[in-house]
Design a protein around this ligand. Structure first.
Ligand code: ADP
Length: 629
């Protein structure tokens, strides 16, 4: 049994190379996790930190809920299998496998039992007397696995274990390692740069690039719902086709205009997860389509409206037997131009030749759209925002047939055509002034995403838990105005994340035998817990006293009360402003020259105590921008 938790893990090598940045993940018992990404992205460093072979610069690593940052590798109950096997050449296979058990003085009969059991699992019983040099690469890798198995570790770490093997053997060993994982019922963490290995073996995959986690998900979700162009391009072979272009919405029709000259038409309902602000014919987008989601036209193809017609000119045909790959170009005039290049995975009996102009069909369901600048998906499985064009007059917001009175805290000028945006969680269902019809519902990982028809628009609402309404229901909705932005009118969401500059100090106790430690913000001294002190010193040692820090805390953890003398763990401040959001009121409070926001309904000018639960505070090292606690 082993679960792991990696919380804000950073690795900064001497010399300042930030190899791993803010790695956060919970791994359940018995999972098969794969870290994948190009060379140098930080996979091995992360694995080595888990193994204890590399010091963790900042962050918290737990195995079975116990913090193990300072545990020696041998005390972590982890086994690691490397690419180069690391077998002892002068020992037999049997002795190689028995070695680690001998070092812990296990009785011989038990060692024999464990070695034989592992040899049986791996099918190497007949080689036990051989030396490693008399074995093939695959057999050596099995011995390396066997050496790990006999120790019955809680966690198996495998660092590119198959990269020294030829392609055929690798495929066989992949299946073998998956079977081994099932048989042992242990947590596996596997590092590879090969996306096929990742897709075939992982129960979940962590895609990394340049030291940052790009996405963590199941193989099928990474394939179907990549968060960005990097993941979209890295996962899946042949690679996803990408086309630069723009998108326009006219009434209920949407058209993608690709730079290579092709247009892809569809109904708004097929593209309604894309925020309408991108559908202005000006925003630069990238249209992505996998080779599997394009097909060669055939009059017998069934098409219920989910396929858009296009033409392409063929440049190369690869007949692979089970399927045929067609390398073609949407740009019929310049078939070698990169901008229109497309790969199509076609039926094996498709007969096309170089130079042919073919009719193709592009899926209107399984396409991807990315923001050209940020490379992030803008057709997300769960849309991030609702974007609405609305008019504002005399403090009332109107769109379609709906109108909402703006709360006093939202002050803005009148406007006929203002672009309003808010996260999908800011649109709440059940009560409120808005009226919508539930058009569609998706259940995604314990959450419910409602597609709401509001006049001609589709808006989204995201709720935790199971659906409370059904398709076809008429529902009322409300807007949480603290989360609304109107860029053109200078309305920004209320930031409920407070960031305060501060330092960490020590004061000698009167007895002069020990120190008291403090988290200082201005004149306030917050008292850290022992666990906070431990983490701070583990990460920074005595340098912590000379490090500029940021104390970050969400408003929801703060409580505000009229000032009293002598309260502990409080910041004393003065109310500068009360923000009235209707459903809730917030105070902007000056604390020692810095601004803080917390829910409070008091008076401007009042002196207040803001109680800070220190466990809820994130501590960031400002000098190198890493989270310490
Ligand atoms: P991967 O396993 O994904 O190929 P690594 O974790 O080995 O990547 O390396 C991540 C980054 O850290 C790379 O830029 C690499 O050059 C750097 N790096 C790795 N080990 C060290 C080290 N001992 N000292 C300094 N930099 C290192």
């Amino acid at each position: 049994m082993a679960s792991l938790s990696l919380k804000h893990i950073f690795k900064v090598y001497d010399g300042g190379v930030k190899a791993v940045n803010d790695f956060c993940m919970d791994i359940d018992d018995k999972e098969f996790i794969v870290f994948v990404g190009p060379s140098g992205c930080g996979k091995s460093t992360t694995l080595r930190m888990i193994a204890g072979l590399e010091e963790i610069t900042a962050g918290e690593l737990r195995i079975d809920n116990e913090i193990v940052n300072d545990f020696e590798p041998k005390d972590r109950n982890i086994a690691m299998v490397f690419q180069n096997y690391a077998l002892y050449p002068h020992m037999s296979v049997y002795e190689n496998m028995a070695f680690s058990l001998r070092t812990i003085h296990m009785p011989n009969d038990q060692i024999h039992e464990k070695v034989m059991e592992a040899a049986e699992i791996l099918g190497i019983t007949e080689y036990l007397e051989r030396k490693p040099k008399a074995l093939s690469g695959g057999q050596r890798q099995r011995v390396a696995l066997g050496r790990a198995i006999v120790r019955q570790p809680k966690v198996f770490l495998l660092d590119e274990p198959l990269s020294n093997l030829d392609a055929k053997l690798r495929a066989a060993m992949r299946a073998e390692i998956s079977r081994l994982h099932e048989k042992l019922g242990t947590t596996f963490i596997y590092v590879t740069h090969d996306q096929v290995e990742a897709m075939t073996m992982g129960s979940r995959i962590v895609v990394m690039k340049d030291g940052y986690v790009q996405q963590i998900d199941t193989p099928i979700n990474l394939y179907k719902y990549p968060d960005n162009m990097f993941v979209a391009g890295f996962i899946g072979t042949p690679q996803m086709n990408f086309f630069d272009g723009t998108v326009t919405k006219t009434g209920q029709d949407v058209q993608f205009t690709l730079d290579c000259g092709t247009t892809v038409d569809m109904k708004y309902i097929q593209a309604d997860k894309i925020p309408v602000k991108y559908m202005d014919g000006a925003h630069k987008i990238v249209f992505g389509i996998r080779p599997d989601d394009v097909r060669v036209y055939n009059k017998n193809n069934y098409n219920d409206g989910s396929w858009a017609a296009a033409k392409a000119v063929v440049s190369v045909v690869e007949v692979l037997g089970g399927e045929t790959l067609i390398y073609a170009n949407l740009n019929l005039d310049t078939p070698d131009a990169q901008s229109g290049a497309i790969i199509i995975k076609a039926n094996p009996d498709t007969e096309v030749r170089r130079g042919d102009i073919i009719d193709i069909e592009i899926s209107r369901r399984k396409f991807h759209v990315f923001d050209k600048d940020t490379e992030k998906s803008i057709r997300r499985r769960i849309p991030e925002e609702n974007v609405i064009l609305a008019s504002i007059a005399g403090g009332t917001l109107s769109f379609e047939a709906e109108s909402f009175r703006l709360p006093a805290a939202v002050q803005c000028a009148d406007s006929k055509n203002a672009e309003i945006s808010m996260p999908v969680s800011a649109l709440t269902l059940g009560e409120g002034n808005g009226h919508a019809k539930v058009q569609w519902i998706e259940t995604i990982e314990g959450k419910t995403l409602y597609f709401l028809k509001v006049g001609s628009l589709t808006l989204f609402s995201l709720e935790q838990g199971e659906a409370r309404f059904a398709v076809g229901d008429d529902v009322q909705f409300d807007i949480d105005f603290t989360q609304m932005a109107i860029e053109s009118l200078g309305v920004t969401p209320l930031s409920l994340t407070n960031t305060l500059d501060g330092i960490f100090t020590k004061v000698k106790d009167k007895s002069r035998k020990f120190y008291h430690f403090y988290m200082n913000v201005g004149e306030a001294k917050l008292v850290p817990t022992d666990s906070i002190c431990e983490k701070v010193f583990a990460c920074k040692g005595n340098k912590i006293f000379h490090t500029p820090l940021e104390y970050i805390v969400e408003a929801k953890y703060l409580t505000v009360a009229p000032h009293t003398e002598g309260a502990e763990n409080v910041l004393v401040g003065k109310v500068l402003e009360i923000l009235d959001y209707g459903r809730a009121k917030y105070a902007v409070i000056d604390v020692y020259g810095q601004k803080l926001i917390a829910a409070y309904n008091g008076n401007v000018g009042e002196t207040v105590d803001v109680t800070v639960p220190v466990e809820a505070v994130t501590i960031k090292d400002k000098s190198i921008d890493i989270i310490i606690v």
